[in-house]
Ligand binder design. Structure first.
Ligand code: FAD
Length: 528
């Protein structure tokens, strides 16, 4: 990278930076992307993992926003059905709750129209009996009816990786674990960045005509390095708790009212149920946000109000994660009232900063940023462009694609389907990797199925630590803890050999992963 002069350099490998890099490259810009942690290591692996319609914007009367987010939601699904799945959401309506029967019915109707929701996914209103049939665990007291509408479930980190990989396929040079430490100037205008490789500790200068700051919660800190900081970002923290389905056998995704008038999601996924989120002002280290005792008490209280027969306690928590929202500060507003809108700022040095927004609107946000880059570049190309793994034909035919590709793979149907579901058209690369690795007679201590995805993560997705693999490449740390416990030693041994780690490095990686595992079940201050 330091040998090249770029038209554009993007700081931040979350969904915002990945989207910008892809948009810019496809318009003809020579583009670089640098990320100081792992790709999606910031907020983009710590969200509620939904490609939302903008129901909350409707409540705030922001109709234009609802229409735009609705359109974008459909585009994200169409371009990547392997990372975005429709999920019917149930909105139970209670006597005295913040949502009324007629208001909800009208709101969802209006939402369907504004967001251009397709006929088969338009809202239905359900009777009490229908609501309880869908989800018998719900509190029956005061239940009036329910709204039933479609959201889309995603894997935020994998969505970010697929967009990044597409950007790389279009010519972007992207690297993780590389921090922008300062800017390089030519006559007071930014002419590049000075970066430090976080693994080798080597420093480099990367020349670039234009630099975009897409550093999420860190955008103010990056602006500070350019001397152009104004207080603009308000950090708020949101956490999620994960339970096993045997303890919290939720059948149906629910969006429910809490005792303080906020709304919380409970979502079934891969044999687990996850619940979130909270929304509180945060002043800590954005690199390591964690569950605090108050967060846990709040969510357990919300769960017991809506699912009273379960008697869920903190002992039932299998995992958790916390994320920081980079919101545009609005004086006098409560955290949950601050708008989720995005904004772009120019600095006199030429630095372009983008902040706020959602996963859902990433493509449009990228288009708006790249539109502002001076030069004779073409129009945005990403609207009809499948992301990496998205070359699967029509999105609504995805299940058929999964069946056919799995059958043709020569591997066990169950495993092959799982791989196609998760990796889409890239599954074929994993299958051929598995065949290649199977030829090797050396005992690597790992089943071929695991080895194939691990090797794919290393070769195609730049995984360099065990946490990269277990947290962001597979989501297993949150949803398959037993699997992580079972395989962490052999995976670390394989990576140690693959990357030539010293014993000290190997121990450090194991300690880091164990700490990660511990921190997902213990609140801050509870470590022994
Ligand atoms: C609890 C919670 C729930 C959410 N739920 C949803 C949801 O369900 N649906 C939805 O659409 N949105 C949701 N969001 C919002 C969404 O997750 C964020 O808007 C989005 O992930 C922000 O992406 P980003 O790329 O801007 O920031 P990030 O993902 O944080 O990326 C910024 C990156 O910049 C890197 N960086 C910072 N400084 C430097 C530097 N000096 N050099 C190099 N790299 C640097 C960081 O390491 C980081 O990885 C949620 C957010 C939270 C917190």
């Amino acid at each position: 990278m330091s040998d090249t002069s770029f038209d554009l350099l993007v700081i931040g490998g979350g969904i915002t930076g990945a989207g910008i890099a892809l948009d810019a490259a496809t318009r003809g810009m020579k583009t670089a992307l640098v990320e100081m942690q792992d790709f999606a290591g910031g907020t983009s692996s710590r969200s509620t993992k939904l490609i939302h319609g903008g129901l909350r914007y409707l409540k705030q009367g922001e109709f234009k926003q609802v229409a735009e987010v609705g359109r974008e939601r459909a585009i994200v699904y169409k371009n990547g059905p392997h990372v975005t799945k429709p999920e019917w959401m149930l909105l139970p309506i209670y006597q005295g709750g913040t949502l009324g029967r007629w208001g909800t019915s009208f709101g969802l109707w209006l939402y369907d129209r504004l967001a251009g929701v397709k006929r088969s996914e338009r809202r239905k209103m359900l009777t009490v009996a229908e609501v309880l049939e869908k989800e018998p665990l719900l509190n029956k007291t005061g239940l009036l009816c329910g709204g039933y509408y479609v959201e889309y479930r995603t894997d935020d980190a994998r969505l970010t990786l697929e967009v990044t990989k597409k950007a790389v396929a279009k010519g972007v040079l992207a690297v993780n674990y590389t921090e922008v430490e300062s800017f390089v100037y030519n006559k007071e205008l930014i002419a590049g960045v000075r970066v430090k490789d976080q693994l080798s500790k080597q420093e480099y200068v990367i020349p670039a005509n234009k630099v975009v700051n897409a550093a999420g919660p860190w955008v103010d800190l990056v602006r500070e390095k350019d001397g152009s900081r104004k207080k603009t970002i308000q950090w708020t923290k949101g956490i999620h708790l994960v339970f096993d389905q045997r303890r919290f056998p939720l059948r149906q995704a629910i969006y429910f009212d809490t005792f303080d008038g906020r709304m919380v999601f409970a979502i079934p996924r891969d044999g687990k149920t996850y619940v979130g989120t909270t929304d509180t002002i945060f002043h800590g280290d954005p690199m390591h946000p964690r569950m605090e005792v108050e967060d846990r008490v709040y969510l357990l209280g919300a769960i017991s109000g809506t699912f009273p027969g379960l008697y869920i306690t903190e002992k039932d928590i299998e995992s958790s994660w916390a994320g920081i929202r980079p919101l545009i500060a609005q004086a006098g507003k409560k955290p949950s009232e601050i708008s989720r809108k995005d904004e772009i700022w120019h600095s006199s040095s030429g630095l372009l900063t983008v902040a706020g927004g959602k996963l859902t609107g990433y493509r449009k946000m990228a288009e708006m940023v790249v539109d502002r880059i001076p030069g004779n570049w073409g129009p945005c190309q990403t609207r009809q462009m499948p992301i990496s793994g998205g070359e699967v034909g029509r999105a609504d035919n995805f299940l058929h694609y999964v069946e056919e590709t799995a059958k043709a793979s020569s591997f066990s149907l169950q495993w092959a389907k799982q791989i196609v579901c998760q990796y889409g058209s890239n599954a074929k690369t994993i299958f051929s990797l598995a065949r290649e690795l199977a030829k090797n007679k050396e005992d690597l201590g790992l089943p071929i199925e695991l080895l194939a995805i691990l090797e794919y993560s290393i070769r195609e997705e730049m995984a360099v630590t065990p946490a990269d693999f277990f947290v962001r490449r597979t989501g297993a740390l949150y949803f398959r803890r037993k699997w992580v416990e079972e395989w962490k030693q052999p995976v670390i041994s394989y990576m140690a050999k693959r990357f030539d780690w010293s014993l000290k490095e190997k121990i450090k990686h194991l300690t880091d992963l164990n700490q990660h595992l511990q921190e997902t079940i213990l609140a801050v201050g509870e470590e022994s």
